[in-house]
Design a protein around this ligand. Structure first.
Ligand code: GH3
Ligand code: MG
Ligand code: MG
Ligand code: MG
Length: 316
């Protein structure tokens, strides 16, 4: 199997995703105690295709963010009970909310106050009344930059897969969702077999190429809803929502077989040739009342078993 041409398609898709070509789908949380002002801003953004949610009660901000998952917050400065700048300060103290851009939209004309708002974590300051085109352009520009930045912050540079930290965050989220909706969730850990020998024999660049090929095959073969990450050096992990371990086993068995047929290009003194590689995998399905960490431990134990049983196989 020559995966190169199909790999190229996946790479192109990855690049397209990272460039973010659909600004019309940005989600904007509009925080303003004045209903009319909030609606006016929301309608302007809706007219540019953005999805908006209005929040009149600033004290409900964090739960609204958790629930709506906005790309950006458009925030009034002066609201009863709570000041927009104080809210920005609170958000900037928590890693979970720190990366969310905040644009202040206020009638405040005092430059010192505007600068305070920026110093406390606002990304932009627009004064009311704002020209609709400027509002749209400012929000779109911020969202676009932020998505592009986040794309690579959450990913591993070699493979373009989610990195360890993001993968574990997603495992938490998906485990919560599975428990809430009472749907199955499977988790798999994959580890390349005798990979040190590949590096030692063919060099680190050849090893890197094998890592890339496996990551591309995973992207190709798994569902869009599956979350694929590079767990560590030559270890990968896959979160499979709404999937029972038995079904995950079938999918990953096919993948294991397909990977075995991939010809990885290597070169030495005698010229260019191809090698084959394999991986082993451990699978586990989330049990009732099990924590994500416990689930990961069971998948790791199953992986260890697959290695002990002779490699190039899966264990549950
Ligand atoms: P096993 O079948 O038991 O998993 O054996 P192994 O050789 O794959 O396992 P071991 O843990 O001994 O070696 C893992 C190797 O993976 C060692 C390390 O050089 C290699 N590796 C880890 N990260 C990278 C990387 O980013 N690029 C390359 N080329 N190699 C890597
Ligand atoms: Mg107000
Ligand atoms: Mg390993
Ligand atoms: Mg290994």
């Amino acid at each position: 199997v020559d995966v190169d041409s199909s790999l190229l398609r996946v790479v192109e898709q990855l690049e397209r995703e990272s460039r973010v070509s659909m600004p019309e789908l940005y989600r904007v949380l509009v925080v303003d105690d004045s209903r009319t002002q909030a609606q006016h801003a929301a309608q302007t953004l809706n007219s540019a295709g953005m999805i908006t949610r209005i929040l009149a009660d600033p004290l409900a901000l964090l739960s609204a963010v958790d629930e709506f998952e906005p790309d950006i917050i458009l925030m009034d400065m002066y609201m009863p009970r709570c000041n927009g700048v104080e809210l920005a300060t609170v958000m900037r103290q928590q890693p979970r909310y720190d990366r969310l851009p905040i644009i202040f939209l206020s009638a405040e004309e005092d430059m010192a106050k505007q600068m305070d708002a920026l110093a406390e974590g606002g990304d932009d300051f627009l004064t009311k009344p704002v020209h609709p085109s400027l509002l749209i352009a400012t929000v779109q520009h911020r969202c676009k930059r932020n998505r592009a930045m986040r794309f690579w912050m959450e990913r591993d540079a070699l493979t373009g897969l989610f990195d360890h930290t993001h993968l574990l965050q997603r495992l938490d989220q998906e485990a919560n969702r599975a428990a809430r909706q009472q749907t199955p969730l499977s988790f798999a850990m994959l580890d390349l077999d005798k990979f040190k020998a590949v590096n030692d024999t063919w060099g680190h660049a050849a090893g890197d190429r094998v890592l890339k090929n496996l990551s591309l095959l995973l992207r190709q073969r798994l569902r869009k809803t599956d979350v694929i990450g590079r767990y560590g050096g030559e270890e990968f992990a896959v979160i499979m929502p709404e999937t029972e371990a038995g079904d995950a086993f079938v999918v990953l068995s096919d993948l294991l077989e397909a990977f075995g047929r991939v010809r990885h290009p290597v070169s030495d003194a005698s010229g260019r040739r191809f090698i084959h590689c394999s991986f082993s995998g451990g699978l586990a399905q989330l049990d009732t009342d099990e924590t994500p960490a416990e689930l990961a431990v069971r998948a790791d134990q199953a992986l260890y078993q697959a290695k002990a049983d002779g490699r190039s196989r899966l264990c549950i």
